[in-house]
Design a protein around this ligand. Structure first.
Ligand SMILES: NC(=O)c1ccc[n+]([C@@H]2O[C@H](COP(=O)([O-])OP(=O)(O)OC[C@H]3O[C@@H](n4cnc5c(N)ncnc54)[C@H](OP(=O)(O)O)[C@@H]3O)[C@@H](O)[C@H]2O)c1
Length: 332
């Protein structure tokens, strides 16, 4: 079981009490803590060494767990700082130091970043390499609050290269150089919004949600026009369509006929998620529907051909990418 949460989602406490109830009342027989992969993330307001340390302590308490499987710096910037402020870079480096200490203290099993551009990530890794040669800096010296209950092991600092980078990735936003960089440094890519927040699997995409100023609210393109052909190729006789005596007909403008409206989203979702997997990413699609959740893990009965992978990649044109979520490009 996988749970991707964050301080800013404000549901850590709800997840914590649900897990406690599941375990105490044995609601899912046999389920143990080891069967659950818990992710949480640092809020932009908590950037900096001490704040980050305290925030993780708070997450551990809210989630009611001894350790969190993966903790990410959610965003490269700090709340209330302007995007070009150089303090953003200083703060996220200090946050990283706190995560390293919590990792060494075994309260975090893995640590990583999210929404970093290639420049943010390269800067972090360069500084880690540089500092590992020039100092044994160990900033946690003060003891206060609940954070003091987490003892830092008495070993020399060992730098930790991020284990995971979680960022928006789908055929309309395939940042190949970032993916290549992560793979070169053995950083696991975790793709979010693989379905374009449903816009890539919907024939009638919803309007963008109202979020903060870093969120893309421009009108966005949705479904890929090659998708009907891919669905026909990889799911030649879709059971549901056949049962309804319907067919997937590509229309002149590239969309499919109304008879395929139920079949289209689920098959498109499988193809988009499989595309992410074949690029080496972990995919974390979100759905509130059990049927869709089952559908979204049914990804291993087919493989996308290299030429179709390339055709899907080609929807991302450098400089013309479609971003459905946040854009951190201007964060210093
Ligand atoms: N690090 C970050 O800054 C960041 C940002 C965004 C997201 N995330 C993480 O990534 C996860 C997924 O991203 P996301 O929620 O943005 O987008 P997503 O997974 O691309 O899309 C989710 C939407 O697609 C619909 N959907 C799911 N499966 C479907 C299917 N088989 N057929 C048709 N519709 C389907 C869902 O509707 P229903 O729920 O109604 O099924 C939901 O509206 C989030 O839950 C979050 O944990 C992280």
């Amino acid at each position: 079981m996988h749970s991707d949460t964050a301080t800013v989602y404000r549901n850590e406490a709800a997840i914590g009490s649900s897990l406690k109830r599941i375990f105490e009342q044995n609601l899912i027989p046999g389920l143990t803590r080891q069967d659950i992969f818990l992710i949480s993330k640092l809020a932009p307001k908590d950037q900096g060494y001490e704040s980050c340390y305290q925030a993780v302590t708070e997450s551990l308490r809210n989630l009611q767990v001894e350790y969190i499987d993966l903790y990410l710096i959610h965003w490269p910037g700090t709340a209330k700082l302007k995007l070009p402020d150089p303090q953003n870079a200083i703060n996220r480096m200090e946050s990283w130091r706190a995560l390293e200490d919590l990792y060494h203290a075994k309260r975090l099993r893995a640590i990583g970043v999210s929404n970093y551009t290639l420049a943010h990530l390269a800067q972090l890794i360069e500084r880690l390499h540089h500092n590992s040669h020039t100092s044994s800096h160990h900033p946690r010296s003060s003891q206060h609050g609940d954070a003091s209950s987490i003892s830092t092991p008495a070993i020399a600092r060992t730098m930790v290269i991020p284990h995971v980078h979680q960022f928006e990735m789908h055929p309309r936003l395939f940042q190949k150089s970032l993916v290549d960089y992560c793979q070169h440094h053995r950083i696991q890519v975790q793709a979010y919004s693989s379905l374009g927040e449903s816009r890539l699997v919907s024939l009638t995409p919803p309007p963008p949600p109202v979020m903060d100023s870093n969120y893309n609210t421009a009108p966005l393109p949705g479904a890929l026009d090659i998708m009907p052909a891919l669905i026909c190729k990889y799911f030649p006789v879709p059971a549901l369509v056949a049962a309804n005596n319907a067919s997937i007909d590509a229309t002149a403008d590239g969309l499919v006929s109304a008879t395929a409206e139920i079949e289209y989203p689920k098959r498109a979702a499988q193809i988009l998620l499989r595309w992410g997997l074949q690029h080496g990413a972990v995919v974390i699609p979100k759905s509130t529907h059990p049927e869709r959740i089952r559908n979204n893990i049914d990804l291993f009965s087919f493989e996308i051909d290299p030429q179709d992978m390339a055709a899907m990649d080609a929807y991302s044109v450098e400089g013309e990418r479609t971003r459905y979520c946040w854009d951190s490009t201007d964060v210093f």
